[in-house]
Design a protein around this ligand. Structure first.
Ligand code: ADP
Length: 490
């Protein structure tokens, strides 16, 4: 049995109304129509909430409501839409601690990280509240006299979002922000593991004045909800964050209705430390890139390649920091990382560690899981380049170091994967930085930093890591169609 930090304080909320157990469809709160979703607390493993499970009919009702709400929302000015988004952002910040308590309770991450996630997610709503104004069109010098060529941006229409459990607020906010700013309406399906954060997010949107039907949250079994959203001819775009296998299946299901797609899928990020790197900077980069959210992040550094000249210094400095980390209850301020989301995730970390050890890696610090869903921050050295963790996303607090000799070898190892979401490199030589960052086949490169996430920049993948970008003006364009108007006889 795991011991609770402060049983009576655990997850207590200032505004208990934010713990919502109903789905939000067309502006109405809808109760369950099937066996409810049981939401467990990853630390205690107790079910602490039951959330409505809705099916095909209710999902169709959400799509219908989004279709009805579309003309009114799309015809508002950018300023009006921006104002609603701004109020929503303010509500998120005002209720930061309650939202963070929900995130920690259903996801397990530390309360400090959960608060950071609310800031990060609210940042997307804030950015797109402002960016709505900047969705400018173009005029093109005409090919013949008497003509005027104009390009306008129009909202794509009704959109669907399917989101994962690892950043239950931020990954939803970065879809909702640009969709609503562009004048689209949206039906979102959060992960069954973390539906409560999405519902609280929706309630704060309702309170901010988001009109009925503009944003709905359907909670329940993934398959029937996904089937309705992907098959509907009314839904013109799907934005999905999750595994490559599910993303590819959803893309196939969207093909007959030729929907636009944004897919942020699996990653397998390399982190490369070159001989000339500043060791402290490299360790800081690796800590953030590896252990953010307990390693349960798509852009987590999954493979750490270190050049032989700096290997011993890096490993001992990294080990000292990892050894000082504590895995525990997310509500305990002494915890650096919380529990893993579920047993499957925990067992995968164990499998990757055992596989690397069986192939000759050395455990420098950490080791076997202590019980419950806790996974101890662990560092392995002398890992071989073909260990399982180099091929599959570990999604946990296992850092394993593979040694390399030359710059070319590092580039080859880094790109030796079908994935291409993020990469990190540490070097103090501008020529190495330039040469390597250009050759890395990823959508993002962190250079001497693991902290790359910001609403101001476009993130997304290449290869099997996905399509489209989220964040920045590029993220807004994903929710807009270009319309070319050709005026003649002027
Ligand atoms: P992860 O392994 O990170 O949980 P998944 O791809 O399994 O990633 O899940 C991401 C999201 O996709 C979740 O909201 C999940 O419920 C949803 N999902 C999984 N399978 C399907 C499906 N067949 N149709 C629609 N959504 C799905």
């Amino acid at each position: 049995m795991v011991e609770l930090t402060k049983p009576r304080e655990r997850g207590r909320m200032a505004e208990p109304d934010l713990l919502v157990s109903k789905a939000f469809i067309g502006g109405e709160w809808v109760g369950t129509v099937a066996a409810p979703i049981e939401v467990d607390d990853p630390f205690t493993q107790d079910v602490f909430a039951e959330v409505a499970s809705v099916g095909r009919e209710q999902t169709q009702a959400a799509v219908d409501a989004a279709e009805r709400a579309l003309p009114g929302w799309a015809s508002k000015t950018a300023t009006e839409r921006g104002r609603v988004l701004r109020r929503w952002r303010d509500n998120l910040i005002e209720h930061k601690d309650d939202l963070a308590a929900l995130i920690t309770r259903e996801n397990g991450k530390t309360f400090a990280e959960a608060r950071g996630e609310v800031d990060y997610g609210a940042g997307y709503i804030e950015f797109y509240a402002e960016e709505a104004h900047r969705a400018r069109g173009e005029t093109i010098p005409p090919p013949a006299p008497g003509r005027r060529l104009v390009v306008e941006r129009e909202p794509v229409g009704v959109c669907a979002a399917i989101t994962p459990w690892n950043f239950p607020l931020a990954l939803l906010a970065r879809k909702v922000g640009p969709a609503l700013a562009a004048g689209c309406t949206m039906v979102a399906k959060p992960s069954e593991l973390t539906p409560l954060t999405a519902l609280a997010f929706a309630r704060l949107g309702e309170q901010a004045g988001v009109p009925k039907g503009v944003f709905s949250v359907v909670t329940g079994e993934a398959r029937p909800i996904g089937d309705v959203l992907t098959a509907s001819p009314v839904v013109r775009k799907l934005s999905f964050t999750g595994s490559t296998a599910v993303g590819a299946a959803l893309a196939a299901a969207c093909a007959p209705t030729v929907k636009r797609l944004s897919l942020e899928l699996g990653g397998n990020a390399p982190l490369i430390v070159f001989d000339d790197a500043d060791v402290d900077t490299a360790v800081e980069t690796a800590l953030v890139a590896k252990f953010r959210n307990g390693g349960q992040s798509c852009i987590a550094a999954n493979r750490i390649y270190v050049q032989r000249g700096v290997l011993d210094r890096f490993v001992s400095a990294f080990a000292a920091r990892i050894g000082a980390m504590t895995a525990g209850d997310g509500f305990d301020p002494a915890s650096d990382i919380g529990p893993m989301i579920d047993d499957r995730t925990l067992l995968k970390v164990d499998r990757h560690r055992e596989d690397a050890l069986a192939r000759g890696a050395r455990c420098i610090v950490g080791g076997a899981s202590p019980g419950g869903r806790l996974s101890i921050p662990t560092l392995l050295a002398d890992a071989p380049a073909d260990a399982l963790f180099t091929r599959e996303e570990t999604f946990g607090p296992l850092a394993a170091v593979v040694a390399f000799s030359s710059v070319e070898e590092a580039i080859r190892l880094a790109n030796d994967t079908p994935y291409g979401l993020a990469a990190y490199l540490c070097s103090s030589d501008p020529a190495t930085i330039d040469r390597v960052s250009r050759r890395l086949e990823t959508g993002t490169v962190g250079i001497n930093t693991g902290a790359v996430a910001t609403p101001l920049a476009p993130v997304g993948g290449v290869k099997l890591s996905g399509l489209g970008r989220e964040g920045s003006a590029h993220g807004l364009a994903e929710y807009q169609n270009l319309k070319y108007l050709c005026h003649a006889g002027l």
